[in-house]
Write a protein that binds this ligand. Sequence first.
Ligand code: GLU
Length: 491
Amino acid sequence: MARARFAPSPTGPIHIGNIRTALFNYLFVRSSGSGNTMVLRIEDTDVQRSSGEYEKLIFNELKWLGIEWDEGPDRGGHHGPYRQSERLETYRKYIESLIEEGKAYYCFCTPEELEEDKKKALEEGDIPKYSGRCSRLAPEEIERYIREGRPATVRFKLPVNKPVIFDDMIKGRIEINSDTLGGDLVILKSDGMPTYNFAVVIDDHLMGITHVIRGEDHLSNTPKQILLYEALGWEKPLFAHAPLILGPDRTKLSKRHGNTYIGQYRDEGYLPEAMFNYLALLSWSPDGERELLTKEEIIQQFRIDKVNKANPVFDIDKLNWINSHYIRQSPAERIVELAIPHLIESGLMTGEEARERREWVKLVVEAVQESLVKVSDITDRARIFFENSPSPKDDEAMEVLRGEHVKGLLQLFKAKLEGVEEVDEEICSGIFKAIQKETGIKGKSLFMPVRVAATGQCHGPDLMKTLLILGKDRLIARIGYMLDNYVQGKE
Ligand code: GLU
């Protein structure tokens, strides 16, 4: 049975790259047979930067995307606790046994001394590396320093000039020489906290993790971890390092390229199934041509060893295409629910109005849903239904109102509206037909001036829907306003 884990640090909102790591772990676990387990482990040993709030955010964002885990701080399990800050005793135990076995030692070097060493190495053109000074301390010296209360870290002794070799499930065979790893590795910091490389090995082993899937930014950590597995006499898991996501300029995806946190996409109105679909396609492709796939279809086809080695480029146009597809497919009621906060936030309506006029909002959503790339676009698309008296938006709209027949046409349209109780589809088409019959105006010459008078623009949602959403009184007011202010010409 495979056991994989997602091990985020709750030090900020989840980055797109990290959520893709979570997704690949999830897809791996779910696609490679039943009985596999997805573990969520919170790596919160950086006490200064970790917070419970960020931990909650991680839970929420994973759930939002549709990633469920089987064991974790909130769900429990047989291998807990699942927060590293609650496992300090366990780390201590292994630190002590490594020291006893002579595989690790206390290091009393001060930050200044280490800085000095580093500077010297750089000046001499060497790659900085811990000198091993404290590994040569006599036992009495060590005891004395401890008694004196000198701050100490614990370092793990790295073997000299040893090739560390492993077969990465994505990248293939990797070989890194132990001499390039920066010298003996700090495994316990002077504040008593384990370092990432140490805690991760202890936890992955004790939690029975069989597959470690993470971003390739961790590739240089893996040989250090493998050496720790060897020193502890433990079997190492299999590793898969997913290629980093790049921006369009082929540098690491960052703020400069736009939104980098999954929560930002959710807040802008990207749908979870669109993000799930898009993120799965970053570095992996399904068999066949079809790229719009449900979660179940992706799970069915996903294979970790089919993940590309090449770095994927985050392609917002593709994400937008996928998202608009899922928006179009959604029931209007769902989009209404998601759209209302945007309408309120942009000041187009209050919360109370949204509650009272929910059915009307649904008509608005139905009219514009086809054109939404993301739900937040609703504020732009639906603005025409909220403004008091829109003016012509551009030259194109002005040009339409300059038509010779427009004044007469709009006056007639307005008069006919005044003669009816309320507008519905039948009444509106009746009015158009009657005008066509009386004046001979038809097609674009008939509809376009009405559209511009009603909305101020030449483009927009279906005209009939637009007229019905606006309703009789607002149509009369808007047409009257245009006639008074923007329409000249013959009656
Ligand atoms: N806490 C580490 C991170 O967020 C986990 C890396 C790993 O998966 O080993 O990068």
